[in-house]
Design a protein around this ligand. Structure first.
Ligand SMILES: C[S@@+](CC[C@H](N)C(=O)[O-])C[C@H]1O[C@@H](n2cnc3c(N)ncnc32)[C@H](O)[C@@H]1O
Length: 205
């Protein structure tokens, strides 16, 4: 029997269902979705199963993640083999010129800050005119008290890597605006996370 390379993230196991419910609500019936920072590949497997009209293109820069993503998608026809993709690459080789959605969970706070701008710029390069960028994770909001769990998580991330940490939504929105993307929808998710949908457009005056 071949080795099972599937890695299991308990967080991805927990949040896949609520994320899928929002993707089903936000996305049209069919299209091509590029996933940035797929990690274990659990979201690709779970969410693609609930989006039968969609082709899912998973990616991650970490060579250690690719066998896990490949194993999770092994029997899923609509999920492509994973691309090795770092958002900081000036171009994103292997990514189709136009995709209908870009999905990125839990990268912006677990990667150096320039990855946020790179994600926004790359998504803007590849999204079709009506395309949607969906980001998911914890954010700091100026007008919303930070949950104690998120304050502790932020401190823990910064201890592990000083370049990591929860980001202010206002700063993320500024990077998005520089790429020509605006916040279309903010959805409060379990465990003090947000799911954010971004579209092309001018920022509010
Ligand atoms: C906490 S994991 C999230 C994985 C998955 N999206 C999830 O929510 O379970 C963070 C992921 O970000 C990826 N990552 C870090 N830096 C990146 C970069 N520069 N470009 C793309 N992905 C990156 C890591 O390889 C890792 O898989």
């Amino acid at each position: 029997m071949p080795a099972d390379h599937r890695l299991h993230s308990p967080a991805a196991e927990r949040n896949a269902a609520p994320i899928l419910a929002e993707l089903q609500r936000l996305l049209p019936a069919s299209g091509v979705l590029l996933e940035i920072a797929s990690g274990t590949g659990q979201h690709a497997a779970h969410c693609s199963a609930g989006l039968p009209g969609w082709r899912w293109l998973p990616s991650d820069p970490d060579a250690a993640s690719l066998p896990s993503i490949a194993a999770w998608r092994a029997e899923l026809e609509r999920v492509a083999p994973p691309l090795q993709l770092d958002v900081l690459q000036p171009q994103w080789p292997g990514v189709p010129a136009a995709v209908d959605a870009v999905y990125c969970a839990n990268m912006i706070h677990i990667a150096p800050w320039p990855c946020c701008a790179a994600l926004m710029q790359g998504a803007a390069r590849h999204l079709s005119p009506q395309g949607l960028l969906v980001t998911y994770g914890p954010y700091l909001e100026d007008d919303v008290p930070t949950a104690p769990g998120n304050t502790a998580f932020d401190a823990d991330l910064r201890r592990r890597n000083p370049a990591w940490g929860l980001r202010r939504l206002a700063d993320v929105a500024r990077e998005a605006a520089q790429a020509g993307l605006v916040l279309h929808e903010r959805v409060a998710m379990p465990a003090n996370n947000l799911l954010l949908a971004w579209r092309r457009g001018a920022p509010p005056a």
